[in-house]
Design a protein around this ligand. Structure first.
Ligand code: LGS
Length: 489
């Protein structure tokens, strides 16, 4: 039925549209929050000073330079630890109302534990937040954007269920320190990416390769950790600070290629989205039934005694259910879902028993996974709203890469077309979207791709020790859009 509703939503948009509607569809709703996003490891640098401990990403780039394009590292990155005032000045100049940044966990807790809180690290984020607020920019704080203390990884990291307690301890410090100034928190950036890339494929830190096991165990502990942090905010801080804590989802649109494969697209949606969303947003909690069934069946066929998908106790089902004040969505691109299987090695993609492919007509970017599919944005937003009771949504990442140019017309095209689709989802389909953060303010350390793929609206000169920032054409485009409160065509 959700597909029918989606189709109805699409067709209604083409009927009875007059000029006034079109004009309205280009305007952001009142109080809509427009912002830009970054992440600590990708921009800060200062990796081993001011009391900071080693993170899993520090370890990976230093131990395995072969896994990163050109052997690049985030040791200096955009140097934002020292140059954050320039970043804030750019945000202010362009008119952004909000800034999404992440806190480096080992900068706060170098030993991984609250026995040693690094005062300099704590102060850095106070300074950043104060600078933002002095310039009228609202902070949105991500507690974890992929760089956890290496000491915690040495004890198993996201494969250890104790991580829920360790993350809880860290979250409490963050809420206590910044809760009076920050009203929007996001717990964990992109659970699926953390777990698949870090513990199954091993391409991201910590580089562990446990195909078909690591990602399921990791998501299990990530959900517990998220919920633990959420409940800590709820019971210890909410009444004083009146803020919100959201869960973040990395999501492509998984669209049926045609009606025949409708069920396939639904399965893909449950494996990619339901996996982390169903335990939180559904009434019954827990993983989607199709996952339990398919992973269970395949595990059996592979000779495992039990399903590779871990089982939640009632205690955890209750703790995780409804553990989000809003849904944060990172969206870049789409896939078509067709029959067939993906890969031979056990993984959630293999277990789902359907294949995700790209359409050869979709426009490319500098990242091979990222095709430009604006209509997919509306599609997935409607699907999320329909499946999870229309929760308040913030788009926390959306953007496109190139190899580095100031004249980034392709990026302007991407933003314009994606924003139009988002506004249609708001006005035509009633999706409750409260804000949008582009990825990214700055060209930054793009993980395995080093500095070769650039997502910034601001160019950073990585040849220059001063890391000069230069506005790209897309930055000027955004400035006009924000000032006008609507998309300029
Ligand atoms: O810079 C990252 C951006 C760019 O591309 C950011 O730190 C992340 O939060 C986010 O994941 N970002 C991102 N996503 C890439 C998704 C790749 C999916 C690849 C799928 C291959 C089949």
């Amino acid at each position: 039925t959700s597909i029918l509703l989606l189709l109805a939503a699409f067709s209604s948009s083409t009927i009875g549209k007059d000029v006034e509607d079109e004009e309205k569809h280009l305007r952001f709703p009142p109080n809509f929050l427009l912002g830009a996003a970054t992440a600590a490891y990708q921009i800060e640098g200062a990796w081993n000073v001011s009391g900071k401990g080693e993170s899993t990403w520090d370890r990976l780039v230093h131990e395995h330079p072969d896994r990163i394009y050109n052997g690049d590292t985030g040791d200096v990155a955009a140097n934002s630890y020292y140059q954050y005032k320039e970043d804030v000045a750019i945000l202010k100049n362009l008119g952004f109302k909000s800034y999404r940044f992440s806190v480096s966990w080992p900068r706060i807790l170098p030993t991984g534990f609250p026995n040693k809180i690094n005062a300099e690290g704590v102060q850095y984020y106070h300074d950043l937040i104060d600078e933002l607020k002095a310039n009228g920019i609202e902070p949105m704080l991500t507690l974890y954007h992929w760089d956890h203390p290496q000491v915690l990884e040495d004890m198993g990291g996201w494969l250890n269920e104790e991580m829920a307690n360790w993350f809880g301890d860290y979250a409490r410090i963050i809420f206590r320190e910044y809760g009076s100034k920050v009203k929007k928190f996001i717990t964990i950036n992109e659970p699926k990416a953390v777990c698949k890339n870090g513990y199954s494929l091993g391409i991201h830190a910590p580089g562990k390769r446990l195909p078909g096991l690591g990602e399921y165990m990791c998501i299990h502990n990530v959900l517990k950790s998220h919920a633990t942090a959420y409940r800590i905010y709820d019971s210890e801080f909410r009444s004083t600070y009146q803020g919100e804590v959201g869960v973040l989802l990395d999501v492509m649109a998984y669209m049926p290629q045609n009606f025949e494969f409708d069920a396939a697209a639904e399965t893909s949606f449950q494996f990619n989205v339901g996996w982390t969303m169903h335990p939180i947003f559904s009434k019954e909690g827990d993983y989607p039934s199709v996952m339990k069934q398919l992973v269970g069946n395949r595990s059996k066929a592979e000779g495992f005694m039990q399903s590779r998908l871990p089982v939640f106790s009632d205690y955890w089902i209750n703790l995780i259910r409804s553990s989000a004040d809003f849904l944060a969505v990172n969206h870049y691109t789409s896939r078509l879902v067709v029959s067939g299987t993906m890969g031979e090695i056990p993984s959630h993609e293999h277990d789902q028993g359907v294949r995700e492919v790209v359409d050869s007509f979709w426009k490319s970017s500098a990242s091979n996974w990222l095709k430009v599919v604006p209509e997919g944005f509306r599609y997935i937003l409607v699907q999320l709203a329909r499946n999870y009771g229309n929760p308040p949504i913030y788009i926390t990442e959306n953007g496109v890469s190139d190899h580095g140019t100031l004249n980034d017309d392709d990026r302007i095209y991407y933003y314009r077309e994606y924003l139009k689709q988002m506004l249609l989802a708001i006005y035509e389909d009633g999706v409750d979207i409260r804000g949008y953060f582009l990825w990214s303010l700055l060209d930054n350390f793009e993980w395995n791709e080093g500095y070769s793929e650039r997502f910034g609206i601001v160019f950073v000169d990585y040849e220059d020790p001063k890391r000069q920032r230069i506005l790209k054409k897309s930055a000027s485009w955004w400035k006009e859009v924000i000032a006008a409160g609507k998309i300029e065509t």
